[in-house]
Design a protein around this ligand. Structure first.
Ligand SMILES: C[S@@+](CC[C@H](N)C(=O)[O-])C[C@H]1O[C@@H](n2cnc3c(N)ncnc32)[C@H](O)[C@@H]1O
Length: 337
C-alpha cells in the first residue's frame, strides 16, 4: 500500500517543515526558560516592563513577545502583554496543571540532541550521555524529570482508571512507576486499591512526598530495586507504562516474562506506550521513536503486534488492544487462574 503525506502540498509547507517548526519550538522553550509566563501570571506588563523584568536586550524583545502573541500564548491588549488562559493554566510553574517540566527537559536535552540526528542515524548511537543514574542523585534535575513524567501520566491516569475493571482488583503495582503519580491517581478513583511502585532506590523519597501530597500515602508502598536484577512485587494487576520503549527488544521481552511471574493467577498485565501504527501516516510516535535513538542505548517505539508476541510468549492471553488518549496504545493481557 502506498503511503501518502497530504500535509506537504508545495514549497511553503516544505520551508515551514524545515525551518519555521524548530524556530517556533525554540521561542516557546526560551520563553519558559526566561519565565515569561510566570512573570505575566503576576500582572500584565508593557514591553519595556516585561523586558526589564526578564533582563533582555531591547533589540528583539518586542518581536519575541509578539511571536508569542502570534503563536496564541500571549495576548497584547493595547501596550500590555498577558498570558492567554491556556498559557496561564499550563505554562505558569505556579499552576498544578503546569506542563513545563516536560518542555524544560526538551529544551535542555532533546533540542541539542536533535541537532545531532544525522550522526545518530549513521552510528545508531545515542547523542545524550547516559547520565540517568547521576540525574537521580541530583534533586533539581530529578524534579524537572519527574515533572515531565507527571505531566504525561496525569493526562493518562483518568483514562486508565476508567478503561479497566478495577472492582475485583485488590493490589496494583506500577513497574518503573517513578514517584507514583499514576498509581496515586488511580487509587484516588478506586478507594479500595492498595498500590505499589517498583523503581530505582533514589525515587523512594520523592515517592513518599508525592503520595502524601496526593492523599494516598496510607495505601501506597514503594519497592526499591532494579527490574532486571531483582524480583518484582506480586500483585493482581501490574502496569508497565512508558518503560519498555527505553530498552532493547530482548530486554523488553525479559521484563514482560518477569511480569508474568509477579502477576497473581487470574490477574492482568497492562502495558501502554507510544506504539507504532502499521502505516506511517502520523509522525508523532515516529518522532518519539527517534527521540529514543537519541537518548537511549537500545530503545525505540514498537508495534502493538510485537508487544502481543512478548506477552503471549510469557504465558499471558491478550484480552484487548486499544488506543489510550491521542497517541498511546494500551494492551491488557490476562494470566490464567
Ligand atoms: C520513562 S520513565 C516512566 C515513568 C512512569 N511509568 C510514567 O509513565 O510516568 C521510566 C521509569 O523507569 C525507571 N527505571 C529505569 N531503569 C530502571 C530499572 N533498572 N529498575 C527499575 N526502574 C527503572 C525510571 O526511574 C523511571 O521512573
Amino acid at each position: 500500500m502506498t503511503t501518502q503525506t497530504s500535509r506537504i502540498t508545495g514549497p511553503a509547507e516544505i520551508i515551514q517543515l524545515g525551518k519555521t517548526a524548530f524556530c517556533t519550538a525554540k521561542v516557546l522553550l526560551s520563553a519558559l526558560e526566561l519565565r515569561v509566563f510566570a512573570v505575566l501570571a503576576e500582572q500584565p506588563l508593557t514591553e519595556p516592563q516585561l523586558r526589564e523584568r526578564l533582563d533582555l536586550h531591547p533589540r528583539a524583545s518586542r518581536d519575541f513577545f509578539d511571536t508569542l502573541v502570534a503563536l496564541g500564548l500571549l495576548v497584547r491588549d493595547g501596550e500590555r502583554y498577558s498570558n492567554t488562559p491556556v498559557a496561564g493554566r499550563f505554562l505558569d510553574p505556579g499552576e498544578p496543571a503546569y506542563v513545563g517540566g516536560f518542555l524544560e527537559r526538551s529544551d535542555r536535552i532533546l533540542y541539542p540532541a536533535w541537532g545531532d540526528l544525522t550522526e545518530a542515524l549513521r552510528t545508531g548511537k545515542p547523542r545524550v550521555d547516559n547520565t540517568f543514574r547521576e540525574m537521580l542523585e541530583d534533586p533539581a534535575r530529578l524534579s524537572s524529570y519527574l515533572g515531565m513524567m507527571d505531566a504525561l501520566s496525569t493526562m493518562l491516569a483518568p483514562l486508565i482508571a476508567n478503561s479497566f475493571d478495577w472492582k475485583s482488583v485488590k493490589t496494583y503495582a506500577d513497574i518503573g512507576g517513578a514517584r507514583g503519580n499514576l498509581v496515586s491517581r488511580v487509587a484516588r478513583e478506586h478507594e479500595h486499591l492498595s498500590v505499589h511502585v517498583f523503581d530505582l532506590p533514589p525515587m523512594e523519597k520523592q515517592f513518599h512526598a508525592h503520595t502524601e501530597r496526593l492523599g494516598v500515602a496510607d495505601r501506597a508502598t514503594f519497592h526499591p530495586g532494579d527490574f532486571f536484577a531483582d524480583p518484582l512485587p506480586e500483585a493482581d494487576v501490574l502496569t508497565i507504562g512508558h518503560v519498555l520503549h527505553n530498552w532493547s527488544p530482548a530486554e523488553r521481552r525479559a521484563l514482560v516474562k518477569k511480569a508474568f511471574q509477579a502477576v497473581h493467577p487470574g490477574g492482568a498485565l497492562i502495558v501502554y506506550d507510544r506504539m507504532l501504527a502499521d502505516e506511517p501516516t502520523d509522525p508523532e510516535n515516529l518522532v518519539i521513536s527517534l527521540d529514543m535513538l537519541l537518548t537511549t542505548e537500545g530503545g525505540s517505539e514498537y508495534p502493538a503486534g510485537e508487544c502481543r508476541e512478548w506477552m503471549e510468549e510469557a504465558g499471558f492471553t491478550v484480552e484487548s488492544v486499544k488506543p489510550l488518549g491521542d497517541h498511546d496504545t494500551l494492551i491488557v493481557a490476562r494470566k490464567a487462574s
